[in-house]
Design a protein around this ligand. Sequence first.
Ligand code: C5P
Length: 244
Amino acid sequence: STSAQKLYEGKAKIVYATEKEQEYLTYFKDDATAFNAQKKGTIVGKGEINCTVSSALLKWLESKGIPTHFIDQPSSREMLVKAVKIIPLEVVVRNIAAGSLCKQTGLNQGEKLPFPLVEFYLKNDELGDPLLTRDRLSILNIIPSEQIEQLKQYALQINQHLQEFFQSCQITLVDFKLEFGFDSENNIILADEISPDTCRLWDELEQDKQKRVLDKDRFRQDLGKIESAYQEVQQRVLTQIEKL
Ligand code: C5P
């Protein structure tokens, strides 16, 4: 894959073309960024963990009837995926108040929400990924409103499956971010990754509010022990996947 054509390089991943037009190879880096890349660092082994966790979860979601871009994990840091045209939206699902929701609404961190909250953010670094309203979404004309509804339904189904799965790992799924794209037949499918970089995950075996954090908040808030937290997630996810 060294001579392959680089199609896109993001903060945490590189996307390469393959010999097949309908397939891309994604490479997971150890680079970490937060707060729209104002904070930068490296988390040793992160690429392998995020690639492995994402591959396992996407494959499992596929078995539950969710269409995803996952094809194969040919090596520890590489994921072979269906070529998609990414929809420039970040779809966030929240079960418990945390992060920007607390900052913007005053809800207390850790408060259980009365229903899963689905939010759409514009994927645009220069604008700082702003939260969109339904009317802003329709004015921006990114995709038709029926497809917005389809994204919301997929996001809620994925949340149901992932909540159940992480519960069996004794991990609370606080919130997470999804990205979707159009495949070669113009179907909407789940793309990108599902990893400790893109989810908030709290260890149910730990009461301490800092120790329980098993996700990128350890990096964002300088809580230390990032590598071991990511490894813990990987170990529990892989152990549980084998049992299913
Ligand atoms: O920062 P905020 O509270 O809005 O993040 C909600 C969820 O979405 C968190 O799990 C966070 O890790 C994820 N997220 C992400 N990429 C972004 C923004 C948020 O993975 N650009």
